[in-house]
Design a protein around this ligand. Structure first.
Ligand SMILES: [Zn+2]
Ligand SMILES: [Zn+2]
Length: 255
């Protein structure tokens, strides 16, 4: 369980927040597939079609912080290009929760637990994607968390933080930054780097675990740092995975 808190953070700039809890009946949880495991636990199940042919992304957002449709299309296309899933379903749902200005990972887990309605069942693997206002309790004066993968099929995006960061005239557009963050977090669920998907060649950034040593790669750690984003997201291009990361995914059942 040493990786349980190796949750991965997409870092950036400032902001504020809100919260709440809602409850869904436990009768909706009719799956035996574990969804409270460490990040990377489901890498092979997401990449390959051995257990699950389909993937369902349940996008839950708080009022005013819905992700852009372009970003969700980018995610869908990325999943199609790197996994063997036949059907890729993305559904958005507004959730009504008491808003907070700062969310801890424990808060995030509680929100997922109270609101998630889609679980892995039969041939369909379910992913929970939460879009919140406010900021992460892990933000500091020099770094801001844009997103975090915190369970084997769950990640959170700090949408208000992304909006604030992309308001910087030197920075990437909101859609480009949002797409970069969501793909980066999703790749942690795919086990990158060395986080459930074994490395074919050694390329983990030893100083920044679970990230790639290639500075042009989507999984480079500085992509998470708001101070560096204008430099690392160039010409509105979402950074791509480098060959080492792609090789790792292929060796673990992906494309
Ligand atoms: Zn990361
Ligand atoms: Zn890489």
């Amino acid at each position: 369980m040493k990786n349980i808190f190796k949750s991965v953070l997409l870092i950036f700039f400032l902001t504020i927040s809100c919260t709440k809890d809602d409850s869904l009946g436990n009768d909706l949880i009719n799956s035996n597939y574990p969804y409270k495991q460490q990040v990377g636990y489901s890498a092979n199940d997401i990449l390959s079609n051995k257990k699950f042919t389909d993937i369902y992304i349940e996008v839950m957002y708080v009022d005013g912080f819905k992700p852009s449709s372009e970003t969700l299309t980018n995610l869908k296309n990325f999943i199609g290009s790197r996994t063997y899933k036949t059907n890729i379903i993305v559904e958005e749902r507004l959730i009504d929760i008491p808003l907070k200005s700062i969310y801890s990972i424990e808060d995030v887990r509680s929100i997922e637990d109270a609101n998630r309605s889609i679980f892995s069942i039969e041939n369909q693997l379910a992913i929970s994607a939460l879009f919140l206002n406010g900021k992460s309790s892990n933000d500091t004066e020099t770094t801001t968390i844009l997103g975090t993968s915190y369970r084997n099929t769950s990640f959170v995006i700090f949408e208000e933080t992304i909006e604030a960061a992309s308001n910087n005239i030197l920075g990437p557009s909101k859609i480009t930054l949002e797409s970069t963050v969501i793909l980066h977090e999703f790749c942690h669920l795919l086990g990158l780097v060395n986080l459930g998907t074994n490395m074919v060649a050694n390329h983990e950034d030893t100083a920044h675990s679970a990230h790639c040593s290639d500075e042009n790669c989507l999984m480079y750690y500085l992509i998470e740092n708001g101070k560096n984003a204008p430099h690392w997201i160039k010409n509105e291009q979402i950074p791509q995975l480098d060959a080492n990361c792609i090789n790792d995914l292929r060796a673990n059942g992906g494309k």
